[in-house]
Design a protein around this ligand. Structure first.
Ligand code: PLP
Length: 300
């Protein structure tokens, strides 16, 4: 299980080559990027981000990611332009020789004297893009199924914003790692299982896929939406209904989705088996549909 592996070697395996960065339009190795300590992202976490998967040298679900990036820019009132960032992303991918990787994008409010409220005249945003190789850490767990733990949802009330304020997510992910688990599921005070620390959550009950409806308590996952499309095309019924921690015994299958996670079957929660404790037939079908979708995209 991933938690039992040495994390430094895990990180080395995942990012094998020096990532190529685009820093405010200038392409350079990531290690050469310099940023002021007065950047509001450093001081306040005043920034948004995106992660996009690259298959066969091309960004997957690119328009969907750019459109979420534009929404984040608008909702946070940043002085950035999503379309110009989109052009830079394409340029940086082309300049790299990455075939299977990720693009990380971060847009900060910019550099200003430290003060909680936003500066009267908005500073120039700092725009970071980097392209990195990525080796899928879940190849094996996708076959065998993974274990997760449940953690209290300590996050703020705007989890729909893809902001870099991820401390509660990091704490939950670390607790999962220490427990030898792949991820942590956030439970709110009502006992609802809303999503994972970096993933969307799905269950299957009597053949119907269930997932929490969009709201301010979850991120509108790009892979969540793709999963919904794949379920429809595969003829599997899907309903937006939040899973409950006390009703997990009614759930036959459980899985997570995310840009780098893709689809990850979950066979145990807090050491308790889900359904048969094996990777179930619905998630197996979706794993095939997902693989086919990537193969079609890669061949384009
Ligand atoms: N939920 C949270 C809290 C996340 O951080 C992420 C990804 O970073 C997801 C869900 C999955 O979103 P996506 O499918 O867009 O990667």
């Amino acid at each position: 299980m991933s938690g039992q592996r040495d994390s430094a070697s895990e990180i080395r395996e995942m990012f094998v080559k020096e990532p190529l960065a685009n820093w405010n339009g200038a392409i350079m190795p990531l290690s050469e990027v310099r940023v002021s300590v007065l950047d509001r992202a450093f001081l306040f976490g005043d920034a948004i981000y995106e992660v996009i998967r690259i298959y066969n040298g091309k960004p997957f679900l690119f328009q969907e990611h750019v459109s979420r990036l534009e929404k984040s820019i608008e909702k946070m009132g940043l002085a950035a332009n999503g379309q110009s960032i989109a052009a830079r992303i394409q340029e940086t991918i082309s300049a790299s020789d990455v075939e299977s990787g990720i693009v990380y994008v971060q847009v900060t409010r910019g550099v200003a004297p430290r003060s909680h409220r936003y500066p009267d005249s908005l500073p120039k945003p700092n725009e970071l893009i980097y392209v990195s190789e990525f080796n899928d850490p879940y190849l094996e767990l996708r076959e065998t199924g993974a274990a997760v733990i449940i953690q209290d949802d300590l996050r703020w009330k705007r989890c729909d914003l893809k902001s870099v304020n991820l401390l509660a997510n990091c704490m939950a992910a670390q607790a999962a790692h220490e427990a030898g688990c792949a991820d942590a599921l956030f439970v709110n005070t009502a006992g609802e299982l809303v999503e994972g620390s970096r993933t969307s959550l799905f269950g299957v009950r009597n053949g119907t896929i269930l997932t929490a409806p969009l709201g301010k308590n979850i991120l509108p996952g790009i892979t969540r939406k793709l999963l919904m499309d794949l379920a429809e095309k595969s003829g599997v019924e899907l309903r937006e209904e939040t899973l409950h921690s006390e009703r997990l015994s009614e759930i036959d299958e459980l899985f997570l989705t995310g840009t780098t996670t893709e689809i990850l079957p979950i066979t145990a929660v807090d050491d308790q088996p889900i359904g048969s404790g094996e990777v179930g037939p619905v998630v197996q079908r979706l794993l095939v549909a997902y693989k086919n979708r990537i193969a079609e995209f890669s061949a384009l």
